[in-house]
Design a protein around this ligand. Structure first.
Ligand code: RFL
Ligand code: PHB
Length: 389
């Protein structure tokens, strides 16, 4: 089999890239390790930047998103019983939207199926070969047989645990990593959200986040230890702990109910450089991870997709390789800023083991600076709504 671009990974990065390229008449094959149902079962991101929204529109897959999403003009931060709003619209003239990653992925799968784009599910033993030559190819097993696809380029969109990044030789690749000594325990419940904006809460018992998907679907998170297991947390224990970590006025309003999903995510900052090796390009979680505190993971994946899409179109339409040659540099410049923001918000809002009294005072001073200083709020807002591409 032959195609122009093999996309390894059928998560949001791979599917969005595939759809954008399809609109330009560039042929792709997507290889996905799991089933479609499995990918759609993962509950992840909720907040999308304008850049992401624009890419969905450009790909022609924004109709349901534009109809069903919720616009968020700002966000709320709390510390103990204090609460304040950061009004993005007023400060930087932009908003974000709430539209779940599950829905984004569903829309992208529907579009790919409607346009007859090829996706091969449940692939195994994916190997990217000849990426440093002019004739790359990908081998894998599917339906019990070994297969090979020859191509011009390979897009490695296979997430943090994929094979693409590891295809880049050790002496070329440099990885930067910070693992945090805690995780997030998340619950999805069919209850009305407790507040009209998201609440990011710093409390002496640890971080909490009140988020949502729609008027009757709430998403809550609490900081937990790395040793915690989902089975150790009954719904009742989760709600009790959440109530202790938000201001009393919020706890009093909280509507609880059975969880329909409960999971623990570890927190990590990670960047792998470079994001290109020959004809292989890394995109999204395959190249970088942020802790979810800044809501940047899927949004940085989207900026990679944007730069790679532009580069590939320039290559095919204008026979100009400048875009793909500068891909890694452009993508990384934006990613490091999102890494910094995610790391800084994580530091500001979580409790760390062995935090000294001095460390706690510093954290408090940082939150108060944000509370009472409009310039600090504008800086936060600029990063939260997303830096320009
Ligand atoms: P994904 O989603 O991991 O998809 C990769 C796909 O590749 C497949 N795969 C392979 N396929 C073929 N061969 C192989 N060898 C393969 N190995 C893996 C996998 O099965 C999968 O389908 O990566 P992608 O597409 O780069 O998308 C990244 C986003 O999923 C991720 O950054 C976000 O979910 C992060 N994130 C958030 N991002 C935001 O922008 N805003 C948020 O509000 C936000 N909240 C979150 C989050 C992530 C969370 N967790 C669980 C880590 C909240 C949480 C709790
Ligand atoms: C979510 O709704 O899942 C969510 C929202 C904001 C974040 C992280 C996760 O920062």
């Amino acid at each position: 089999m032959r195609t122009q671009v093999v996309i390894v990974g059928g998560g949001p990065s791979g599917l969005l890239l595939g759809q954008l390229l399809h609109k330009k008449g560039i042929e792709t094959v997507v290889l996905e390790r799991k089933t479609k149902e499995y990918v759609l079962g993962r509950i992840r991101a909720g907040i999308l930047e304008t850049g992401f929204v624009n890419l969905m529109r450009e790909a022609g897959v924004a109709e349901r998103m534009d109809r069903e999403c919720f616009i968020h003009r700002g966000t709320t931060i709390s510390y103990e019983n204090e609460m304040f709003d950061i009004d993005f619209q007023k400060l930087v003239g932009q908003s974000v939207i709430v539209y779940g990653q599950t829905e984004v992925t569903r829309d992208l799968y529907d579009a790919r199926e409607a346009t007859g784009g090829k996706i091969i599910y449940e692939v195994d033993n994916v190997q990217i070969c000849g990426a440093d030559s002019d004739a790359p190819y990908v081998t894998f097993t599917a339906d019990g047989s070994s297969q090979r696809i020859d191509c011009d380029f390979v897009a490695g969109c296979d997430g943090f645990h994929g094979v693409s990044r590891k295809t880049i030789p050790d002496d070329v690749r440099k990885e930067y990593e910070k693992v945090y000594p805690f995780g997030w325990l998340g619950v999805l419940s069919e209850t009305p959200p407790v507040h009209d904006e998201l609440i990011y809460s710093n409390s002496s018992r640890g971080f909490a986040l009140c988020s949502m998907r729609n008027e009757n679907l709430s998403r809550y998170y609490i900081q937990c230890t790395v040793a915690d297991h989902v089975e150790d947390w009954s719904d009742e224990a989760f709600w009790e702990e959440l109530k202790r970590r938000v201001p009393e006025s919020v706890a009093d309003k909280l509507v609880t109910g059975p969880s329909i999903e409960k999971s623990i995510a570890p927190l990590r900052s990670f960047v792998s450089e470079p994001m290109r090796w020959g004809r292989l390009f890394l995109c999204g979680d395959a190249a970088h991870i942020v802790p979810p505190t800044g809501a940047k993971g899927l949004n940085t994946a989207a900026s990679d997709v944007h730069y790679l899409f532009e580069g590939l179109v320039q290559y095919y339409e204008d026979k100009d390789s400048n875009g793909i040659d500068t891909y890694s540099q452009k993508a990384l410049a934006r990613i490091w800023k999102a890494e910094r923001f995610s790391w800084a918000t994580t530091n500001m809002l979580h409790r760390f083991p062995n935090q000294s009294d001095f460390d706690l005072k510093m954290q408090r001073a940082e939150i108060e600076s944000l509370h009472y200083n409009e310039a600090a709020q504008a800086w936060f807002a600029l990063n939260y709504v997303g830096l320009p591409y």
